[in-house]
Ligand binder design. Structure first.
Ligand code: CDP
Length: 224
């Protein structure tokens, strides 16, 4: 069967990565978490104390950065230079910095190039903000995931708590509002659904239902 490109876009904590990971496992596809790549850029800027609005410094950072994604059934392991940063990039301050740094052209150009190289053979599911609109506008199947703000905040709260952090619900909610607003209103590759994206509201769905829904749409589109 043809191995296609599946694009999953949507706001923060809308269920993209969980669905993408599980659907990829079911289909024998590779899952690529593009948000993790912007998060790795943010972590690198933080480690090197770079002011992300200093375009020269940011350009130098992007020239030298080495991001490597290791694929497995359990998701992506993210390597920044020679370190496994898969956990470190999930911290709330990195979420904020990822959103800010990803608005810069020099960052997006490099990351989009990498994403296209990794996805071009097909048999891949990418999740992010601009996959269906910019990275792979030719993707055969596109989803745009949404869920009510409170539910998304609750999910992120539980995720962080399970990691042993000490999240404050109101702060998480406000962070999501700020980040979605910034992501949707930026000039470059804003968070908007592609015209041919199928909207999935995950607010009332369990993870299993979510994946089943995507899988059924995939079968209708591509055949079994
Ligand atoms: O996991 P969560 O939905 O909170 O965020 P993420 O997918 O890890 O993305 C972190 C940030 O990276 C987002 O807020 C976006 O600003 C940026 N991003 C982007 O600009 N383009 C993408 N394709 C993916 C993420």
């Amino acid at each position: 069967m043809k191995r296609i490109i599946i694009a999953i876009d949507g706001p923060a904590a809308s269920g993209k990565s969980t669905s993408a990971k599980l659907l990829a496992r079911k289909l024998g596809y590779v899952y690529l978490d593009t948000g993790a790549m912007y998060r790795a850029c943010a972590l690198a800027a933080q480690q090197q104390q770079i002011n992300i609005n200093d375009i020269q410094a940011l350009s130098r950072l992007m020239e030298n950065i080495r991001i490597h994604i290791q694929f497995s059934d359990h998701g992506n392991t993210i390597w920044l230079n020679d370190d496994d940063v898969s956990e470190a990039i999930r911290e709330p301050d990195i979420s904020r910095l990822a959103s800010a740094i990803s608005a810069h052209r020099v960052v997006r150009t490099k990351m989009v190039k990498l994403q296209r190289e990794l996805g071009r053979e097909g048999g891949v599911i990418l999740d992010g903000r601009d996959i269906g609109t910019v990275v792979f506008p030719q993707a055969e199947l596109k989803f745009f995931m949404i869920a009510p703000l409170k539910i998304r905040a609750q999910r992120r709260y539980l995720e962080l708590k399970e990691k042993g952090l000490n999240p404050v619900f109101e702060d998480i909610l406000q962070d999501l509002v700020n980040r979605d607003k910034a992501d949707a209103s930026r000039a470059l590759a804003p968070l908007i659904p592609a015209e041919d994206a199928i909207e999935i509201d995950t607010g009332e769905l369990t993870i299993a239902e979510q994946v089943e829904k995507l899988y059924r749409i995939y079968l209708e589109k591509v055949g079994s």
